[in-house]
Design a protein around this ligand. Sequence first.
Ligand SMILES: [Zn+2]
Length: 374
Amino acid sequence: MESPIIDYFLSLIKINSESRNEEAIALQLEKDLKMLGGKVQIDRANEKTGGNIGNVYAYFPGNIIKDPILFCAHMDTVPPGNNIKPKISADRITSDGTTILGSDDKSGIAQIIWAIRVIKENKIEHAPIEVLFTISEEIGLLGAKYLDYSLLKSKLGYALDSHTTCEIVVAAPSQIDMKYTIHGKEAHAGVNPAKGLNVIKIAADAISKMPSGSIDKETTCNIGIIKGGKATNIVPNLIIIEAEARSHNQNTLHELVDSMSNILRDTVKKYKVGDFQAKVDIEIEESYEAFHFKHDSPVVQLAIQTNNNLGIPAKISIGGGGSDANIFNKKGLSVAVIGTGMRKVHTLDEYILISDLELGAKWVEEVIKIYSKN
Ligand SMILES: [Zn+2]
């Protein structure tokens, strides 16, 4: 027999919602949240992100006087995320293999909505609850970055957006994105190559000296994109290199990024033809900032107690990537990330177990109950 949270989850993943195209799912969630008694607002973050709708925010007043508790998840998916045809075999939900599944992060959305539904249907007294479903998380946490923060009253909350069900992610790294544009000199490759300055060779020289991969236990960096050249008979004069660096240590991160820039500048400086000097433009953007909760912080303690009540071992983990929580924490909230059961996300093999989907909803229900009582 199918449990209704599955049906609800399946209905959500069938709605196309790749980043910047969240309108259909946002309007559906607006309806669902209103049905449960939420006061819903949609902000105008999309005016800054280029999407077709803003973040969906809902407030459930509750009947216990207390600060609200926040639950968030993101509405957008990575591509290929349109026309998802879910398949169920035994306990496992997958796509048909031609798309992602979208459990990242619709499992989180379904679990939040389902928990509130159970609380409401059973008339369980609760503290005020805030729900936030963001846009365009997958393309740089844009919904969270441009959220109308005057909406939020919570000081503490959970982003349901990690893998192992009910794991508590207490830390995430900072990330910096780098874009390097190297300018050389164009020339005919057959007639007078010596008059040119080949930027692909310059880039190769620089990249071979730059750090990459795993730098230390808490730091990584990756040169991920390289674009340049027009034809084999032209000495190329422009190349763009894009890279990222992540670390749980802010100083290490900045030192790493500085060292990459310095290697690039020093290498490029060596290349000259006549009075033409090769040059590099460096653009550096802080994508998000790290957070780290101590074990005894209220947001972690509440999550551990929730796991204990449900009889699930509290798996505390350190995240390797950013999520909306990085942005909320920088804004002064305390938001830990909780696993929903989503697996192999961002691949065609993405799946979630029905039992995990249900357990995550129980987790949200339980954390609301404990928070409301304490
Ligand atoms: Zn996600």
